[in-house]
Design a binder for this molecule. Sequence first.
Ligand SMILES: C[S@@+](CC[C@H](N)C(=O)[O-])C[C@H]1O[C@@H](n2cnc3c(N)ncnc32)[C@H](O)[C@@H]1O
Ligand code: SF4
Ligand code: SF4
Length: 306
Amino acid sequence: MDYLQFFKLSIFGIKTILLKQKKPILGTIILTDACNLNCKHCSVNNLTKIIYPYKDIKEEMINMFNEGIRILFFCGGETLLWKDENKTIRDLVKEAKEIGYFIVNIVTNGTIDLDIPEADIIFLSIDGLKESHNLIRGNTFDTIMENVKKANKSNICVYTAVNKLNYKDIYELGKLVKNTKNLNSISFNFHTPYKNTKDLALSNEEKLYSINQIKQLIKENYPVFNLYSALDYYLKNNWSRPCFQCIVSENKKRFVCGRCVEEENLCDECGYLFAVEFSLLFKGNIKIIIDMLKTYKKYTGRINKD
Ligand SMILES: C[S@@+](CC[C@H](N)C(=O)[O-])C[C@H]1O[C@@H](n2cnc3c(N)ncnc32)[C@H](O)[C@@H]1O
Ligand code: SF4
Ligand code: SF4
């Protein structure tokens, strides 16, 4: 993202805050719900196993752009399983950039191949140190770390869903990220307890412990891609939701904020820190705005250094 694009996003933010607009700026397109894993905390894999057609995805990319969306995520199921009409995820990322998206990111479980230099950020799900990660995600840790080694651009941000099985790993995982070539940063979310995964939700004490660990990492200048000042809002659960600036599209259906919006009462227990951060940002929370600018500056500094 260049300075002009950053300026345009800032104007969008100012207009949203002042005019209390509900227009989205961040879109996620689900490419498939098929997945090669069956993680303990996940409720969205292999429901239909359909690989959505290229022409529908391209159409949605264009529609979303025309509606003003400028930050695009591709997600799944396992995002990198997607292929259609001789196109792969790399083609989709390139085409999204050609359409004009400022930022194009993907989320992946990292078991397939992480060499996608066209993506701005590859959010790579690693759910703890080897033992807890493998307990949650099957025996995949070593494969993922091999793929990280082979990637030839450091655009990878580790994406960790904190739950009962891995919350004690937060600090050590931060260290691992800092000391691993090609891992640029780490971003945490908390477990969001869908009906069939309630047993993985953290108690209040466990949440407090986890938040303090993340804060400690940030204070010690570890590359944490979360906003410090949003963490207490998550803990107190006093932020407004859903976040109207984010939309998700799956198989021609749109959802405000996330697919999870349709699960009864789930938003009350939301652990997705991006939703907390975006919601506070577009409500005009000054601390969050300053934190966002600082994090953006630090993050782009890191990318440029690589
Ligand atoms: C649904 S996965 C799709 C992309 C890819 N398969 C992956 O695992 O990264 C997207 C992200 O959602 C996270 N996730 C899944 N279920 C969750 C839950 N109940 N609470 C919080 N995060 C969750 C995963 O850990 C992953 O980081
Ligand atoms: S890899 Fe991603 S989509 Fe697949 S089961 Fe795990 S969290 Fe769900
Ligand atoms: S607030 Fe958004 S991300 Fe959180 S559970 Fe609700 S729809 Fe999902």
